[in-house]
Design a protein around this ligand. Structure first.
Ligand code: TXA
Ligand code: MG
Length: 321
């Protein structure tokens, strides 16, 4: 049975006890809701993959309390520490070689000699990590291949009956997953664009982020139809075809939509941060309203536009099912 609780002190204490016993707790972060387990307990971590219905054991992000914990878990080069100082707590995930004695279990790392770490900027997530006293492994709290959840209700839709507890901390603010940067090679690599822009990270690093050499590292984020709603998406649309809904940006398609068409504007004023925060909720909204195909307006490829376009391309990729 899944307990849906508010995020008061009593609920957080109960959630930490649930994690300590190997249970699963979905919790809010500033990006999306996470599906959490004790990162040091492989059995608990295995339940994450099961609950998500993931086709394979992909490496998970370990959510930690502070930079000292990060240094216990990973060998962080100076450049990684600079990023950590600049962006933690916040939507940055750092991948680095595992430190000797690191506590994140191998299953959470999918057998890799590296570990993904982040300090979330959300009071509920921070309180839960502090109460557990260990890293919390957490992918986004959705069924595999589905849109990432930004409210407790989205989590319940996907995972009710599959997790012990859902902590409701309201709607998340960033609405887009963390940016992932790897420090496992000679130069830092952008593994996944996300809520912090490439430009902001390169500014702190004083160098350009490289692209991943092999796509395989990044499953599931790199697999074709990840983040997919049921509706079919047609990108870079300049008009609506008969029967289509529209996912708009800056009011481009709204003006052209026939009466009765479902039009959701990610940001009527053309703000990419607002658009990122609305993205997943709007994709779900088309499904909820039974819209089968959606024309998507052009989104500029700058700032958070890179991550938004990345998600939209995956959501529109041909599906196997
Ligand atoms: O904002 C976020 O990052 C959210 C919240 C809950 O923190 N979490 C999230 O987790 O998006 P998930 O599991 O959906 O995505 C984690 C990504 C995956 O693409 C995974 O392959 C990559 O991180 N990753 C984790 N460990 C890695 C490693 N050692 N090397 C390369 N990639 C890794
Ligand atoms: Mg995910």
């Amino acid at each position: 049975m899944t307990v849906l609780a508010g995020a008061d002190a009593a609920a957080i204490a109960r959630a930490a006890a649930t994690l300590r016993e190997g249970g699963l707790v979905a919790f809010p972060t500033e990006t999306v809701y996470g599906l959490g387990a004790d990162a040091t307990n492989a059995w608990a971590v295995a339940r994450i993959y099961d609950a998500k219905g993931r086709p394979s054991f992909n490496p998970l992000i370990a959510h930690i309390a502070d930079i000292e914990s990060a240094r216990r878990e990973a060998l962080l080069p100076e450049a990684a520490l600079r990023l950590a100082e600049a962006f933690w707590p916040g939507p940055l995930t750092i991948v680095a070689p595992v430190a000797p004695g690191g506590s994140v279990c191998e299953l959470a790392r999918a057998g890799l000699p590296s570990v993904a770490l982040r300090i979330p900027d959300h009071p509920v997530a921070q309180a839960l990590i502090a109460a557990l006293g260990r890293p919390i492994a957490a992918p986004s709290a959705n069924r595999s291949g589905h849109v990432s959840p930004v409210t407790a209700a989205h989590v319940a839709e996907d995972l009710s009956g599959r997790v012990e507890m859902i902590l409701d901390g309201g709607r998340t603010t960033a609405g887009l997953e963390s940016t992932i940067v790897s420090f496992c090679e000679a130069t830092p690599i952008l593994l996944r664009p996300g809520a912090i822009s490439r430009e902001a990270i390169e500014k702190v690093l004083g160098e350009k982020l490289a692209a991943p050499a092999r796509a395989e590292v990044l499953a599931p984020g790199m697999t074709a139809s990840h983040y997919a709603p049921d509706a079919r998406l047609r990108l870079e649309a300049h008009e609506l075809e008969p029967g289509e809904g529209a996912l708009d940006f800056g009011g481009r398609l709204t003006a052209l939509a026939p009466p009765g068409a479902t039009v959701l504007d990610l940001s009527p004023v053309g703000d990419l941060v607002e658009a990122a925060a609305n993205l997943f909720a709007y994709l779900r909204e088309f499904d909820a309203r039974g819209v089968r195909s959606v024309a998507v307006a052009h989104i500029p490829e700058r700032g958070l536009g890179e991550a938004i376009n990345d998600r939209l391309r995956r959501a529109s990729a041909p599906r196997l099912d």
